[in-house]
Write a protein that binds this ligand. Structure first.
Ligand code: HEM
Length: 210
């Protein structure tokens, strides 16, 4: 997947920005995050016969202007769901290794954390999360992200913006270098949250134009 150099990433903030038509799209297959890897006993007991993580793929595109990177995601969703009063909102996340070569599949390891930027339909904002393995995620260093989102004709489309610069527990992305990116989607109307989601099995290389 390539992040195309543009003059202003802010011009791509809208999900319908015409500029996106010229940006190559990568389709990444998603699979359910395995039940046997869920550390929560309640989830294992309550959801072992519940089908989840059925979102089959996510289409991803990216542009950057040397300071800000935008990632546009599009995935099939029968209907939008913001969680209502007690439910769980639709959501999506992108992941980046903070340092080293952490396994995406375990959401990082003890000394190689993974940073996530997560969108949830309820708040229509992004939050930065960091994890050193499944079960350890905590709010992470903010990368002054923003998001726009829209549901139409059976698809969610969102555009997340973040700075290329990172921080202590936030991945730093560099123009002209290749980073790694991972994906997750939560279908809220199917009670999906936390570990109940569709995920990309492995990292996708993200070539960031010079
Ligand atoms: C086999 C793969 C995976 C499993 C079994 C799994 C499991 C879990 C579990 C049990 C939690 C809740 C405990 C915690 O907060 O650490 C969680 C949270 C989270 N996971 Fe994963 N995960 C997997 C892969 C991924 C991937 C690939 C991404 C993103 C690209 C991701 C993003 C997140 C985020 C953002 C949270 C925090 C959710 C929240 O607090 O709402 N996970 N995951």
């Amino acid at each position: 997947m390539r992040s195309i150099r543009v003059s202003a990433a802010a011009d791509y903030a809208a999900t319908t920005a015409t500029g996106w038509q010229a940006v190559p799209s990568e389709t990444v297959e998603l699979v359910p995050a395995p039940m046997e890897m869920q550390p929560n006993g309640f989830i294992q007991a309550q959801y072992s016969n519940h089908e989840y993580g059925k979102t089959p793929y996510v289409e991803a595109q990216s542009v950057h202007d040397g300071t800000t990177l935008a990632v546009r995601l599009r995935w099939p969703a029968e209907k939008p769901f913001n969680g209502g009063r007690e439910g769980f909102p639709d959501g999506a996340a992108i992941a980046f290794p903070v340092r080293g070569e952490p396994a995406l599949w375990t959401m990082g390891t003890d000394d190689e954390p993974v940073q996530f930027i997560q969108w949830r339909a309820l708040k229509n904002e992004v939050r930065s999360v960091v994890a050193w393995g499944i079960g350890s995620s905590v709010p992470g260093t903010s990368v002054s992200g923003s998001v726009t989102a829209g549901w139409s004709q059976g698809y969610w489309t969102i555009v997340m913006l973040r700075t290329l610069a990172g921080g202590a527990e936030a991945a730093t992305l560099v123009s002209g270098q290749t980073a790694q990116i991972g994906f997750a989607v939560w279908n809220g109307s199917n009670e999906e949250r936390a570990g109940l989601k569709a995920v990309s099995v492995d990292w996708t290389p993200l070539e960031i134009d010079a």
